[in-house]
Design a protein. Sequence first.
Length: 397
Amino acid sequence: MYSKTFVSAAAALAMVSGVAAVSCDDPTATIASAADATTVASCDSIEGSVVVDSSSGSQIDFSGSLTKIGGDLIVLNNGGLISLSSTSLESIGGAFQVKNVTLLSTLKFTALSSVGTIDWSSLNALEQLTFGTPGVVSAKEVTIADTFLNTLDGINVHSLDKMDINNNHRLTDFTTELNNLTTLLNINANGPKLSVNMPNLIWAANMTISNVTKFSAQSLESINGSLRFDSNFFDTFSAPNLTEVQTGDLSFVSNANVTNITLPLLEKIGGGFTIANNTAMEDLNGFPKLSMVGGAVKLRGSFSSVELPALDDVRGAFDLSSTGDIKTSCEAFSSKAGSEIQGEYSCTSNNANANNDTDSTGGDSTTDESAAGALQGMSMSWLVSLVSIAGFVVAFL
Ligand SMILES: *[C@@H]1O[C@H](CO)[C@@H](O)[C@H](O)[C@H]1NC(C)=O
Ligand SMILES: *[C@@H]1O[C@H](CO)[C@@H](O)[C@H](O)[C@H]1NC(C)=O
Ligand SMILES: *[C@@H]1O[C@H](CO)[C@@H](O)[C@H](O)[C@H]1NC(C)=O
Ligand SMILES: *[C@@H]1O[C@H](CO)[C@@H](O)[C@H](O)[C@H]1NC(C)=O
Ligand SMILES: *[C@@H]1O[C@H](CO)[C@@H](O)[C@H](O)[C@H]1NC(C)=O
Ligand SMILES: *[C@@H]1O[C@H](CO)[C@@H](O)[C@H](O)[C@H]1NC(C)=O
Ligand SMILES: *[C@@H]1O[C@H](CO)[C@@H](O)[C@H](O)[C@H]1NC(C)=O
Ligand SMILES: *[C@@H]1O[C@H](CO)[C@@H](O)[C@H](O)[C@H]1NC(C)=O
Ligand SMILES: *[C@@H]1O[C@H](CO)[C@@H](O)[C@H](O)[C@H]1NC(C)=O
Ligand SMILES: *[C@@H]1O[C@H](CO)[C@@H](O)[C@H](O)[C@H]1NC(C)=O
């Protein structure tokens, strides 16, 4: 109450002095000074958006009564802002967008737990987040690009639509409690020492992981789209619980140091299967249960042996080529050509150019992804109806 009286006095003063004051009801409350931030902080909630103007000065603090912003919180192209904080703000309905704020070194939101989307980029001075514990637990999308962050501690979302973490050159550890992800996960061009740990991830769609030193997803069971590993630095890879890549491609391309790729339970790849230019890998034998590939199989490398003992249904082409001698492996596969392998068949040894072709489009996938998605959605709602009908019948008995 006390603070509200003070604010009205401040607002009156602002009106007298001819300065437009911000108010709690503004569709867009524009913060042009620390005093404007104090005014906004005195609102219990703001239904609209809050925009921090590029002339805001160096310190903006929203701590106070403000717990909720219904719209967005936006800071763009602000070369003067050093500290942005609120110890009271709990939720942002729309985007928490902070872009091209090159001197920002403090981002302190200790009560924030829910945001629509996090969209941060070009925050060249931001070394760490000061968030609460567990921090942000609810968001639909998270994009963090071109920051100086060492870790992403404080972002503890369990379910997401999209996540894109790129060009954070000092990021060395990303450990997340993420359980599932519906549309896209991209991790690319961060620091060369980045270790990615997703111990609770069960299913995800369209994952592309590049330039990481370690990737661990021990619980991962299913991929709905594609799964790609390009130009990573790890020397072994395993996905001990992955049984299927439902509709998209699985590919490992130009992972220079990898010697061992093991997916012991993988049975099905809906799209194409590509392993190319992983020049340190001699034995490709980590796919003991892989039986079905909906697209093309393309295995090119410096192999001395390639074994896919369970493979019996390849809908697309099969192209295996090595810089080394793999005649024994070729003999084993040649009997499948024309029957279990439906597309064009090729298997070559001692090919100096084996590692040059890394195109991993997979091609030839016979699965229509949107149709597959619709079908899944339908079987789920059928299941739900059946369960509720069963419940209904039981209730009447
Ligand atoms: C970034 O913000 C600065 C002001 O701080 C501006 O001069 C510059 O044009 C912006 N860069 C981009 C790419 O928008
Ligand atoms: C996705 O993860 C969330 C959070 O753990 C969980 O509540 C939800 O049931 C999961 N969805 C599916 C379809 O597995
Ligand atoms: C992805 O696959 C999992 C496991 O089959 C399923 O539970 C989930 O609903 C699928 N998600 C989407 C978005 O299709
Ligand atoms: C994966 O990406 C493909 C191609 O961009 C897209 O068609 C598909 O819908 C995505 N899958 C999911 C589950 O979002
Ligand atoms: C990072 O990965 C990309 C592919 O996504 C690749 O073009 C690039 O060369 C890699 N960078 C390093 C330093 O490995
Ligand atoms: C692997 O999957 C099985 C069956 O779904 C589950 O019981 C087990 O805990 C999973 N392992 C890991 C490491 O998550
Ligand atoms: C990859 O292997 C090369 C030698 O084959 C080594 O010099 C390099 O340090 C390794 N890189 C990583 C990230 O382990
Ligand atoms: C490859 O990795 C798997 C799983 O991490 C392991 O069980 C296996 O012994 C490794 N193979 C070799 C030849 O190192
Ligand atoms: C393939 O790569 C090898 C080794 O890097 C190189 O000598 C050769 O010229 C390349 N061939 C083609 C066709 O690009
Ligand atoms: C093969 O991988 C190496 C890194 O080990 C990379 O320098 C080279 O460009 C890759 N070749 C192709 C054709 O992508």
